[in-house]
Design a protein around this ligand. Structure first.
Ligand code: ATP
Ligand code: MG
Length: 390
């Protein structure tokens, strides 16, 4: 039996005038991701539905469904059987294809859509035929037209009939890329992967910058970041990661700036480096996982100093969230278990015992000037390691 995926207009989170462009971008995203992970698919549009059919029937169809469900911009999808337009074939296909789903249901109803008006049964007749056939084979079922556990849909179209059960939920959000590009500062922690996911959900295509400080931080810490980004990329698609070696800069800060200003200075320099990388990659904003009051470097006063160093708007989607709320999302997107693996982040290297919680912009600038070294910064940017994460 041939399986296909139906994406209906109502299942795409698309907006008014931009609708056509958004749809094109979404289809391109889906096609690319399927091609990269599963294989080639054929996309056909007809009557407000996009039919996505595998070119090679031996592909991993479950994986394809999973990939499409996770694409931002997809609100829901229908996984359907495609069969010949013959009422007996339709009945048998419905029984065979939906047997498992219906065996867990108590109630069902059949809905029919007939766009091929030459088909000898009209919609109510199709419902009767298929409904009666399913009832005669699955004795535990009852019909409930108002609130069925499973809605069986039969669509008779120009070339084929499609049969599907309940719609599967999609990730929602806006298609990746419809909002431009932004650059996330990604650590191995809980917050920044959540922040990345939240902004990608709004249609931003992600570039990522990670600061590593070997030998204080390990290769495992970098691999953890790759694993985290892979989880985000399930939703956002490809992410270009730049890993910046930050050790010498951190040592310069330790040696030249006041101890209580260490973290603020480090965060300002991170912002400056990230801005340079972001701009060279056409990103229009930076993204961080900061949340007011979470740690000393995230007080309102500290954030003002960090913000002043960034050359682009800084999006902080976690800014007003409690840790529990951030954790809830990290569990949902499956990053939590990776985030809590115990590997040092460069932020925990040389942290002062008594960080200043109310720095002023002037203090921050002075501390930064004392540590700033053009050559070190340029070298860090030039030697950043690039890697594409899928
Ligand atoms: P997270 O859980 O995201 O690590 P956090 O609460 O631990 O956040 P900090 O360590 O102070 O907070 O970092 C604040 C933000 O700075 C992070 O959310 C992230 O955006 C950025 N950041 C921290 N460490 C790094 C790093 N090593 N590389 C890139 N960005 C970082
Ligand atoms: Mg952190």
């Amino acid at each position: 039996m041939k399986e296909i995926i139906l994406l209906k207009d109502g299942e795409l989170a698309l907006k008014g005038l931009n609708r056509r462009t958004f749809e094109d971008i979404l289809m391109k995203n889906i096609r690319q991701r399927l091609r990269h992970a599963v294989g080639e698919f054929k996309f056909t549009r007809s009557q407000s539905t996009c039919v996505i059919a595998p070119v090679d029937e031996n592909i991993d169809f479950d994986k394809a469904v999973d990939i499409i469900q996770h694409c931002f911009g997809v609100v829901g999808i229908s996984r359907a059987a495609q069969c010949e337009k013959d009422i007996d074939v339709i009945k048998n296909t419905a029984l065979e294809y939906l047997r498992d789903e219906l065996s867990f249901a108590r109630t069902f109803k059949v809905e029919a859509k007939r766009s091929d008006k030459k088909f000898p049964y009209n919609s109510p007749q199709i419902c009767n035929e298929v409904g009666g056939f399913l009832l005669s084979h699955l004795h535990h079922l009852k019909v409930d037209v108002h609130n069925p556990d499973v809605k069986v849909t039969v669509e008779v179209r120009d070339n084929h009939a499609f049969i599907h059960g309940n719609q599967l939920k999609g990730a929602g959000g806006m298609p990746t890329g419809t909002g431009g590009k932004a650059c996330v500062l990604i650590s191995g922690g809980i917050d920044s992967p959540v922040a990345a996911w939240m902004m990608a959900k709004r249609g931003l295509q992600l570039t990522a910058v990670h600061f590593a400080s070997p030998p204080y931080t390990s290769e495992r810490a970098e691999m953890k970041v790759h694993e985290l980004l892979k989880k985000v990329a399930r939703y956002s698609g490809r992410i270009d990661l730049y890993t910046v070696h930050f050790t010498e800069i951190q040592e310069a800060i330790r040696d030249n700036s006041p101890e209580d200003m260490f973290t603020i200075t480090m965060r300002r320099i991170m912002m400056k480096i990230a801005t340079r990388i972001a701009e060279s990659k056409d990103c229009g904003a930076l993204i961080t996982g900061e949340s007011v009051g979470q740690v000393a470097s995230q007080t309102m006063w500290a954030l003002r100093c960090t913000d002043a160093a960034a050359g682009l708007p800084v999006f902080r989607p976690c800014i007003g969230m409690d840790k529990n709320e951030i954790i809830e999302i990290s569990r949902k997107i499956d990053t939590f278990d990776i985030s809590i693996e115990p590997f040092e982040d460069c932020c925990t290297v040389f942290t002062p015992k008594h960080p200043r919680t109310k720095p002023t912009p002037q203090m921050a600038e002075e501390a930064e000037n004392a540590a700033w070294d053009d050559e070190l910064v340029n070298k860090a940017i030039e030697t950043a390691k690039h890697m594409a994460i899928h």
